[in-house]
Design a binder for this molecule. Structure first.
Ligand code: KG4
Ligand code: ZN
Length: 365
């Protein structure tokens, strides 16, 4: 009979409490048996960002409920799970601790192996869960809290080629939306408004394109959008719908241009490895943006490189990616014990210099 592994994943590093069950049977594609997420957006809505204490308390209250829901939806009993994987960092420490304590309790109570997973590895390994990508591949991780280029060499070896030195793009989308009176989350609102705008209407900068390498900056772009708004307000006393559309289209075009050009540079470095089946993968909430997806997909096409973008539910924070990253570690016999600790910072590439940015959703690792 074919062997199969079934892993329970737990995620609570930011503002989503999530649990999932993932199974892989030898020689077959992995299956997501359940993927439950409880989002805390409403709890933080009045505060203009994630409040760590509120997040930690909400995680502590919801974790067991989500684990139970994920087991129930998967049809698997806890006794039939092979291991419990949990995000052990990086992230907001109270939330990470809640998840780690929950996983330790379950592992000790049910006598199961415990596996601490790096949240960023969860995102970065998702293309193997969804598309069975072979190593090495190039990953652009781009969300409200993260923005970096990584070469995934193996489940434990990631090489950071560059990243944001200030805000993450999702954070910039959210802030610009707020500035021009569009609802949160800003990314989808700006994308929608941009459809009727002219991307050339405002000359916004393309920060750091004059600097070699793949580091990026988005905070100056946000300030430029603020100035453009202020100029319109000073001129006309307010913003018309068409102004919102034009500002949205111009801002989105600037972000897309920066991400595309920096991806081109990251791709050149990655292709030097002469991978047998070259591939670019993108993950994170901003990967939902169609203009950005289209630009990256075209860039990959131009270079004869495969392009993958997971479905949105697996781009944003979820526990299926943690279960999968746990499965990869389990196969390498990288098991933790009850001394596993929660880490607020945990860079994937420990050889790369520390990143400067630390946005609203916590450290970018
Ligand atoms: O990955 P995610 O759900 O959460 C973390 O940051 O961990 O990403 C959320 C971010 C938000 O800033 C949101 O505005 C952005 O992703 N986003 C988008 C789009 N959909 C979500 N940004 C641009 N275009 C979109 N369609
Ligand atoms: Zn994340």
């Amino acid at each position: 009979m074919a062997n199969s592994l079934t892993i329970l994943g737990i995620e609570s590093s930011c503002d989503d409490t999530a649990a999932a069950v993932v199974r892989q049977t030898d020689g077959q594609a992995p299956e997501i048996l359940s993927n439950e997420v409880f989002g805390q957006t409403e709890l933080h809505a009045d505060f203009g960002g994630v409040v760590p204490e509120i997040a930690a308390r909400a995680h502590a209250e919801k974790l067991d409920v989500m684990v139970e829901a994920a087991l129930k939806a998967s049809g698997v009993l806890l006794k039939d799970i092979d291991a419990i994987a949990v995000t052990a960092g990086p992230g907001l420490i109270g939330g990470v601790m809640s998840g780690v304590m929950c996983a330790k309790g379950l592992a000790a109570g049910a006598d199961k192996p415990l596996i601490g997973v790096n949240h960023l590895a969860g995102h970065a390994l998702t293309p193997r869960l969804t598309d069975q990508l072979a190593f090495p591949y190039l990953m652009l991780l781009v969300s409200g809290g993260h923005c970096q280029f990584l070469i995934a060499h193996s489940a434990t070896k990631f090489q950071r080629l560059g990243g944001t030195i200030d805000d993450a793009p999702g954070e910039a989308f959210d802030k610009v939306a707020k500035l021009i009176g569009l609802p949160q989350p800003g990314g989808p609102s700006i994308e929608e408004a941009a459809k009727s705008g002219d991307p050339k209407s405002h000359k916004l900068p393309r920060p750091l394109l004059d600097r070699a390498g793949c580091d990026m900056s988005f905070s100056g772009l946000k300030t430029a959008a603020l100035r453009a708004r202020d100029a319109l307000v000073a001129d006309q006393g307010g913003l018309h719908q068409q102004d919102q559309a034009n500002l949205s289209a111009s801002f989105q075009a600037a972000v897309a241009d920066v991400l595309t050009e920096k991806t081109r540079r990251a791709l050149a470095q990655y292709l030097e490895l002469a991978p047998a089946a070259p591939a670019i993968a993108v993950a994170g909430g901003v990967a939902a943006n169609q203009t950005i997806r289209d630009n990256l997909s075209k860039l990959a096409d131009d270079h004869g490189v495969r392009f993958t973008a997971p479905p949105l539910k697996l781009c944003t924070d979820n526990a299926a990616m943690i279960a999968w990253a746990g499965m990869e570690r389990f196969r390498l016999q990288l098991i933790d014990d009850l001394t596993l600790t929660a880490r607020p910072r945990w860079p994937l590439d420990t050889a790369a210099p520390a990143m400067l940015g630390s946005g609203k959703k916590g450290a970018k690792a």
